[in-house]
Design a protein. Structure first.
Length: 202
């Protein structure tokens, strides 16, 4: 046994202190591989080129064109949509808390306060969040897997038929998807900045 090993066995507090110093750093771009390090700084993402910036602007505009103009031809047709809209208008529905969490109706109420309650304004919320999800997907995929993955993921999100359809409905799915992806990215950023370990209260 080495001198360090004997020292750790003879001094448990030293072993505990050594274990606290070691961090397991996880990088999403490593596709699941983990590396032991002591607060190693992660690699910075490549700078955004002009071509990539223009591509994301065009893809986001495309997302707007296939989502927002169709809102005027849509309407509230799903039962759950009616519950959320009534909740957002302050009218309420019996046992409405079992249909969704309060965030989506609260956001609907904010939209109604700005532009007035209507079918189009109710659908506008998801139209906006559906559009914002596209550049968010680009940034997260780019940050994790590189430039090519970022631009491809943004294009797929912009042209996803399911995402387009639900962006034209007053259901919770699109708004939830935006905040869910954002929460995952913020969580991984917190882990990265802490050297791969969750924030400690010590």
């Amino acid at each position: 046994m080495s001198r360090l090993g004997r020292g750790l066995l003879c001094n448990p507090s030293l072993a505990t202190r050594s274990a606290r110093l070691r961090r397991i750093e996880w990088r999403p771009s490593d596709t699941g591989r983990r590396t032991d390090s002591v607060n190693q700084p992660s690699a910075q993402p490549a700078p955004i080129t002009r071509a990539e910036a223009w591509w994301i602007v065009l893809v986001t505009l495309l997302a707007v064109l296939v989502r927002l103009p169709m809102l005027v031809h849509s309407g509230i047709s799903h039962f759950d949509e009616g519950v959320y809209v009534l909740w957002g208008m302050g009218v309420g529905y019996p046992s409405q808390e079992f249909f969704a969490t309060p965030l989506f109706p609260f956001l609907l109420r904010m939209v109604f306060a700005l532009v007035g309650p209507s079918d189009v304004s109710a659908l506008l919320l998801n139209g906006l969040f559906g559009t914002l999800t596209v550049p968010l997907i680009w940034w997260v995929a780019r940050r994790w897997y590189g430039q090519v993955a970022g631009v491809i993921s943004a294009g797929m999100a912009a042209l996803s038929a399911t995402h387009i359809v639900f962006s034209q409905m007053a259901l919770t799915d699109i708004t939830f998807t935006f905040w869910f992806v954002l929460a995952i990215w913020l969580g991984t950023e917190a882990l990265r900045r802490c050297g791969g370990a969750p924030p400690s209260v010590e």
